[in-house]
Design a protein around this ligand. Structure first.
Ligand SMILES: O=P(O)(O)OC[C@H]1O[C@](O)(CO)[C@@H](O)[C@@H]1O
Length: 496
């Protein structure tokens, strides 16, 4: 077991005191990497805290684990697999990098063929996938694809038929390409949605609906069994985890919407963050410092949640993307050796969009009894075409909220007092382009990795999702050993 005593004994000084006593604080706790300015000066990190975390990183062999991941060792021990998402952007074991490059070349060739009408005239792209096979591409398209008129792309994940109904209302089956995205090619929701799209196409007289399917998967043989022609399968490696897969062929809908050049920029931005993570000393390493702050709040201050707020509509899907990345990766209870972790693991990630969230949940952040480390994300270059005052207001609100959380305010009336000393970090992007977004997402991935290593857990499996799936499957087959409450609910819904 790693020794947390030095970290747990760190003094708890107020943020304002930390600023007052250290003129170098801002410089020490801010960094510029790959077009992103990171500022952790409004967190309780201090030189002592950073040094204590650096010692813990040595004790848990963060550097060794990091090189093991990039080097292709089976760091996903419970599934006995390497972790290869960085190879998708050119950083990693040579063999994995060249395999990823050949898969990308294949993906690019298929996009070229679609653009050349080899699949007939395609106007609409209907992507079905869930979790990591949907959240990443959706984020990319929503963030970067707003001005692109290349294709109409819809991402459908939920098994709730209303999700597909909405798309059927606006897409023409004669000009729709179905993209089935599933690493395993067995996920119930995705396979059911895919069947329904095929039925919709057939019903509308499309002669060979399976000829209009592209499969994105690490299980090509299953896609073939399902009816997809081998030439229309875009594979990716088993070592690329679902929630880390947007860089692989799972990014196909984003690549077709944005064009290959932008997709490549996304990969290049991520690779720049990979190199930073690999080479920078920990006290000036963005993913490491972010993870140190995360762990300080979960382990020392017992914060149970953390909340990123995107002060930019284009990043409105980021909080839900991060929920899967952070909670599916680090929401674990045992160490890599199967022992109880014995301390809190991932914080619950929630968040929203500024300024909307200020008028909804910020009350709790300023005066509530929970400590919530907040993360502000903002972009200097505006994405809108409205008068500059809109963007000025947006940015100033983000910055003022961080200041208010830290400063607080004393009033005679307790109801009107703000305790202050509430931490926040700020990520300020120069502009929101593919390259910067790639770097941003890679930053979050590595931050999750550092959290996982320091906690001694495997961030790359997700067995916690299996039991619910199994029980739903049993129920769907009319079986399952359920409790009285569940049996009653099934009967009331007329499903017994
Ligand atoms: O890509 P697949 O195999 O359909 O899985 C979808 C998602 O389901 C999960 O396995 C969890 O249920 C995620 O990890 C994954 O991203």
């Amino acid at each position: 077991m790693a020794d947390w005593s030095r970290i747990e004994a760190l003094p708890a000084e107020r943020l304002e005191t930390l600023f007052a006593n250290d003129s170098g604080r801002l410089a020490r706790l801010s960094l510029d990497v790959a077009g992103i300015h990171f500022d952790w000066s409004k967190t309780h990190l201090t030189p002592d805290a950073v040094a204590a975390f650096e010692a813990l990183a040595r004790e848990t062999d963060l550097a060794g684990r990091r090189e093991a991941m990039f080097g292709g060792s089976h760091v996903n021990v419970t599934e006995d697999r390497p972790v290869e998402h960085t190879a998708e952007r050119g950083e990693g074991k040579a063999e994995s990098v060249s395999r990823a490059a050949s898969y990308h070349a294949r993906m690019r060739a298929v996009i070229d063929a679609i653009e050349a009408d080899a699949f007939g005239p395609i106007r609409h792209v209907l992507h079905v996938g869930i979790g990591g096979s949907a959240l990443g591409p959706h984020l990319l398209i929503d963030a970067l694809g707003r001005d692109s008129d290349r294709y109409d792309v819809a991402i459908v994940s939920n098994v709730d038929g209303m999700a597909l109904d909405d798309v059927f209302d606006r897409f023409d089956p004669a000009t729709t390409l179905l993209v089935v995205a599933s690493k395993t090619f067995t996920t119930t929701e995705t396979m059911m949605n895919a069947e329904s799209v095929i039925a919709w196409m057939s019903g509308a007289g499309v002669e060979d609906p399976y000829g209009r399917v592209i499969a994105l998967t690490a299980s090509p043989e299953k896609a073939i069994d399902w009816g997809v022609d081998e030439t229309r399968i875009l594979p990716f490696s088993e070592g690329v985890g679902g929630r880390y897969s947007l860089w692989s062929s799972i990014g196909f809908p984003a690549a077709i919407k944005l064009g290959w050049e932008q997709f490549q920029e996304l990969l290049d931005g991520a690779a720049e963050m990979d190199r930073h993570f690999r080479l920078a000393a920990l006290h000036e390493n963005a993913p490491a410092l972010a993870a140190f702050a995360d762990l300080y709040y979960t382990q020392v201050r017992h914060a149970e949640t953390r909340a990123p707020f995107a002060y930019d509509e284009r990043l409105r899907l980021l909080p839900s993307y991060l929920q899967q990345l952070e909670m599916e990766s680090n929401g674990k209870g045992v160490t890599v050796d199967g022992q109880p972790v014995g301390r809190p693991t991932a914080a619950i990630t929630w968040g929203g969009v500024g300024t909307d969230a200020q008028h909804a949940v910020f009350q709790l952040l300023h005066q509530g009894t929970h400590l919530v480390p907040v993360e502000f994300l903002a972009v200097i270059e505006a994405g809108d075409t409205l008068p500059a005052e809109h963007h000025r207001q947006l940015l100033l609100n983000a910055f003022a909220q961080g200041a208010a959380l830290m400063k607080g305010k004393q009033a005679e009336d307790p109801a009107r007092s703000y305790p202050g000393d509430r931490p926040s970090s700020t990520l300020l992007l120069e502009r929101l382009d593919a390259r910067t977004l790639g770097a941003l997402i890679a930053f979050y991935e590595h931050r999750v990795f550092v959290n996982g290593v320091l906690l001694g857990i495997n961030s790359f499996d997700q067995f916690g999702v299996e039991l619910g799936k199994e029980m739903a499957k049993a129920a769907a087959q009319g079986g399952g050993d359920f409790d009285p409450s569940t049996n009653d609910l099934i009967a009331r819904a007329g499903l017994a």
